[in-house]
Ligand binder design. Structure first.
Ligand code: GDP
Ligand code: MG
Length: 373
């Protein structure tokens, strides 16, 4: 049995303390009012002396309860701790996830920025390539075929373009024999080219050369070739009809080469083209060359080539290259005709200003690395 005395102000305080210290099984044995000891005690309210008792076994139980409660408290404390940990871990996970998300976003922004920078650089290079191609006079539709998006650098492009040119440019260096006809628009230099070829063949190669002209529309043109024929002392025939053509060819049968000049017919006029075709058929030419000027506007090249496609020409003679400073037209002509270059002419001097160029020379001219003269 435990007996304890409590000096308290009132019964309430006594009950609270007893319950706290001895538990709810404690019993109150006595209570009495007392005064605090000494003189001061008379001036203060009375106090209470309460005596409480608790049996020993009940005290054990109370302690156990207390311990149990303590354990319970620890458990709940642990649980709380766990919960807090969980919350913290959860928060940490959340923070980690948010950090990862942020990193990912930053990465995406970087990639996007790089792309923008690359595109801007590529655009700049694209413009450089385009400007270059315009400068050397390559036609828009030919440029479109070049797949410019494959290039992000002008030097790399030039390198590839050179390779492409070497592949595309074909030059035919023929030993001129038999009947050779020149066709093409007015004023491109057919008659002059015939005179140049006649001069080279007769004077340099010492071949037996004959001349035929069906250029009956312009008296001056006939006179022009006639004069050259007289100077070079070679036979010259003017024909107007298909029959006359047949006769002239027969008469010049013993010549090594017969050069046939034709009227500059408009490639837009199909009547004239079909007339020319009839003459060409009669001639049964060994070679037909289309003469086209290097000064022809890009948009006219296609019309001319289309116009003369009916007359099956084998190759191309590009004239007046001395009158231009950009030579992209050569490539435009090659791309659109898909024919070989037989000659280029580079001035009015007969017979000097004509030659069969090398692929490399044509390449350099087109690329703007070389000029005529
Ligand atoms: N600058 C230059 N003029 C040329 C060349 N070939 C011809 N010509 C000139 O072009 C003009 C027309 O030539 P022509 O032979 O009559 O042309 P056709 O109508 O096709 O027979 C003439 O004044 C020629 O001297 C050339 O390679 N360069
Ligand atoms: Mg002529």
């Amino acid at each position: 049995m435990v007996i304890k005395k409590y000096i308290v102000k009132n019964m309430n305080e006594a009950l609270t303390r007893i319950r706290y210290e001895l538990g709810k099984d404690a019993i109150i044995i006595s209570q009495r009012k007392i005064r605090e000891a000494g003189v001061k005690g008379y001036f203060k309210p009375k106090l209470m002396e309460v005596t409480a008792a608790l049996e020993n076994n009940k005290l054990d139980r109370k302690n156990k309860t207390i311990n149990y409660e303590k354990e319970e408290n620890i458990d709940s404390f642990k649980e709380s701790l766990n919960n807090i940990n969980k919350i913290i871990t959860k928060d940490e996970n959340k923070i980690d996830k948010e950090e990862d998300k942020l990193k990912e976003e930053v990465k995406e922004i970087k990639q996007l920025l790089n792309k923008v920078i690359q595109n801007t650089n590529k655009e700049k290079e694209d413009n450089l390539i385009k400007d270059y191609l315009n400068e050397i006079d390559i036609e828009e539709s030919v440029i479109e075929e070049l797949d410019l998006e494959d290039y992000d650098n002008i030097d790399k492009f030039k390198e590839s373009f050179r390779k492409l040119l070497v592949k595309d440019i074909k030059v035919s260096s023929q030993d001129l024999r038999g009947k050779i006809a020149l066709i093409g628009p007015t004023g491109v230099g057919k008659t002059t080219t015939i005179a140049k070829l006649a001069g080279r063949l007769a004077l340099i190669e010492k071949k037996k050369v004959g001349l035929i002209t069906i250029d009956t529309y312009r008296i001056g043109a006939v006179e022009q070739l006639k004069t050259y024929a007289e100077i070079m002392n070679i036979p010259f025939k003017v024909v107007i009809t298909l029959k006359e053509m047949e006769e002239a060819i027969k008469e010049l049968e013993d010549c090594d080469v017969v050069l046939i000049d034709t009227t500059g017919r408009s490639s837009k006029n199909t009547m004239q083209i079909s007339e020319l075709r009839a003459f060409i058929k009669k001639i049964n030419a060994d070679n037909i060359s289309l003469v086209i000027s290097g000064t022809t506007k890009n948009r006219d090249i296609e019309t001319i080539l289309r116009g003369y496609s009916e007359v099956n020409y084998e190759n191309i003679i590009i004239t007046k290259l001395d009158e231009t400073t950009s030579y992209g037209c050569i490539y435009n002509i090659i791309k659109k005709s898909n024919k070989e270059i037989a000659y280029i002419t580079t001035g009015q001097n007969v017979p000097e200003d004509i030659r069969t160029p090398s692929v490399n020379e044509v390449c350099k001219l087109i690329l703007g690395e070389d000029t005529i003269c």
